[in-house]
Design a protein around this ligand. Structure first.
Ligand SMILES: *Cc1c(COP(=O)(O)O)cnc(C)c1O
Length: 422
C-alpha cells in the first residue's frame, strides 16, 4: 500500500470523505485520491514521490504554473511583515486599482475570501440595488455553495427552485429560477412570468463546471439585452474565466459588459481570495457607504494580496502569456478531436474538456449524455501514465504558462491509447 492509500485510510476517520472539498475525492473514478507533497511549474508530486504533469492547476488559480518565483518571492516578503492586521493596507488599494484597470465594467471592487463569498455577496448587492428578490441562474452552472446558488434545473426552465442539497431550506431556493444554458427564450419567459421581480441573472460566461460549455454566438449579448429591458443586474461569475481568457476575462474576450463580476481562483494565485466588483452605482450600495451589509475579518489579507498582485501584475505586463496558453489549448483541442473522433471536445482559450459522448454539448442535458464509465477508465489510464486530471467528467482541463507543446503532445498520445472502458 502506498502512502496516499495509508493517509486516506486515516483521513476518512476524521474528515468527511477524507477531504476538505468533495471534488477532491476520487469516488466517481473508483480510486483513492493522491496526497500531494509539492508542485512546481507544470508538475505535481505525490507523497510517494511520483511526479505527474498537472492539468488541474488547483482548479484554476495556477495559470502561471506552480511555485512561480515572482509570486513566491512576493509572499515571502509579505510574511515577514505579519500575517494579518485587520486594517487597511496599501496593497489593497493597488489591488483594487489593478482589477479596475484590467477588467471592463469594474469601477469599484470588494475583496473577499472565496468565490462562494464573492457570488453570494454580488447577488445580495444586486437584490439591494434593485429591491427585488428573484435570481435567474443556469442549469449546470456552479456559483459556490451558498444556499441560494445550490439549485439546478429540476424539470426544465419553468420550474421554480428546488434545493440541490440537503440542509438548504426550500425558502432559500424558492427565489432562484433556473434556465437552460444557451437558451435565450427560456430566460425571456422567466422574465415575462416574473415581471419586476428579477434582481439578477447570474452566469458563468463560459460554463466550466459541467465540463466546459461555450456560450453560443449572441447568447451573452442576448442576456445583456434582456437584463437592460427588464431592469435586472447581469452578473458574470468569472471565478474561472477571470484573468484566464484574457486580462479582462470573458467580458473582454466576448466584448460583452456585465454589471457585476465575481472573481476567485486566479486573483489569489493559490491563496484563498475572491472579489466582486462592477458599476460604481451598484458597488456604492455596499457597507459602510450603503445599506447592503457584507464584511470579512481576513478580507484583503496582506499575504493573499501580495500573491494576487504579483500574479495579476505578471499577467498584465506579459500578454504573450495569453497567446501561449491559448495556443496550447487549441493544440490540445485539435489533437483530441483527431485522436478521439467519437468524443466531443469543447473549450475556449486555455480551458479544454473531453466529453465521452458523440453528441454536441451545449447545455447541462447534453453534457449528461457523457459516458462516465468510459471517463473513469480514461482517467485511471492517464493517472497511471503520469497525467494528473480532475477526477470527474464534468471538470475542465486547465493549461498553464508552464506547460509545453511537448506536454500537450504527450497528453495526446496517451489519450489516443487509453482503453475505451467498454
Ligand atoms: C470555483 C467556483 C466558485 C466557488 O469558488 P470557491 O473559492 O470554491 O468558493 C464559484 N463560481 C465558479 C464559476 C467556480 O468555478
Amino acid at each position: 500500500m502506498g502512502r496516499s492509500e495509508a493517509l486516506f485510510q486515516e483521513a476518512v476517520q476524521r474528515m468527511p470523505g477524507g477531504v476538505n472539498s468533495p471534488v477532491r475525492a476520487y469516488q466517481s473514478v473508483g480510486l483513492t485520491p493522491r496526497f500531494i507533497a509539492r508542485a512546481d511549474a507544470q508538475q505535481i508530486f505525490d507523497v510517494d514521490g511520483v511526479a505527474y504533469t498537472d492539468y488541474v492547476g488547483s482548479w484554476g488559480p495556477m495559470i502561471l504554473g506552480h511555485n512561480h518565483p515572482t509570486v513566491r518571492q512576493a509572499v515571502m516578503e509579505a510574511v515577514q511583515n505579519g500575517l494579518s492586521f485587520g486594517a487597511a493596507t496599501e496593497n489593497e488599494v493597488k489591488m483594487a486599482q489593478l482589477v479596475c484597470e484590467m477588467v471592463p465594467s469594474v469601477e469599484m471592487v470588494r475583496m473577499v475570501n472565496s468565490g462562494t463569498e464573492a457570488v453570494m455577496s454580488a447577488v445580495r448587492a444586486a437584490r439591494g440595488y434593485t429591491h427585488r428578490d428573484k435570481v435567474i441562474k443556469f442549469a449546470g452552472c456552479y456559483h459556490g455553495h451558498s444556499d441560494a446558488m445550490l439549485v439546478k434545473a429540476g424539470s426544465g426552465v419553468m420550474t421554480a427552485g428546488v434545493p440541490d442539497s440537503a440542509g438548504v431550506p426550500a425558502a432559500c431556493a424558492a427565489d432562484t429560477l433556473t434556465a437552460r444554458y444557451n437558451h435565450l427564450e427560456g430566460v425571456q419567459q422567466l422574465f415575462e412570468q416574473n415581471k419586476d421581480q428579477i434582481a439578477a441573472v447570474v452566469i458563468e460566461p463560459v460554463a466550466a463546471n459541467m465540463g466546459v460549455v461555450e456560450p453560443q454566438e449572441g447568447f451573452l449579448q442576448g442576456l445583456r439585452a434582456l437584463c437592460d429591458q427588464y431592469g435586472a443586474v447581469l452578473i458574470f461569475d468569472e471565478v474561472i474565466t477571470g484573468f484566464r481568457l484574457a486580462p479582462g476575462g470573458a467580458q473582454e474576450y466576448y466584448g460583452v459588459r456585465a454589471d457585476l463580476v465575481t472573481f476567485g481562483k486566479i486573483i489569489g494565485a493559490g491563496m484563498p481570495v475572491g472579489a466582486y466588483g462592477g458599476r460604481r452605482e451598484i458597488m456604492q450600495m455596499i457597507a459602510p457607504v450603503g445599506s447592503v451589509y457584507q464584511a470579512g475579518t481576513l478580507s484583503g489579507n496582506p499575504v493573499a494580496m501580495a500573491a494576487g498582485l504579483a500574479q495579476l501584475g505578471l499577467l498584465r505586463e506579459h500578454p504573450e502569456i495569453y497567446q501561449r496558453v491559448n495556443l496550447l489549448g487549441a493544440r490540445l483541442r485539435d489533437g483530441l478531436r483527431l485522436a478521439l473522433p467519437e468524443c466531443t471536445v469543447n473549450g475556449v482559450g486555455s480551458l479544454v474538456c473531453l466529453f465521452f459522448t458523440d453528441q454536441p454539448v451545449h447545455d447541462y442535458e447534453s453534457a449528461k449524455t457523457s459516458d462516465t464509465k468510459r471517463f473513469a477508465a480514461y482517467f485511471k489510464w492517464m493517472l497511471a501514465h503520469g497525467i494528473y486530471l480532475a477526477p470527474s467528467q464534468f471538470e475542465a482541463i486547465f493549461l498553464s504558462y508552464a506547460h509545453t507543446q511537448a506536454d500537450v503532445d504527450q497528453f495526446l498520445s496517451l489519450a489516443a491509447q487509453a482503453p475505451n472502458g467498454r
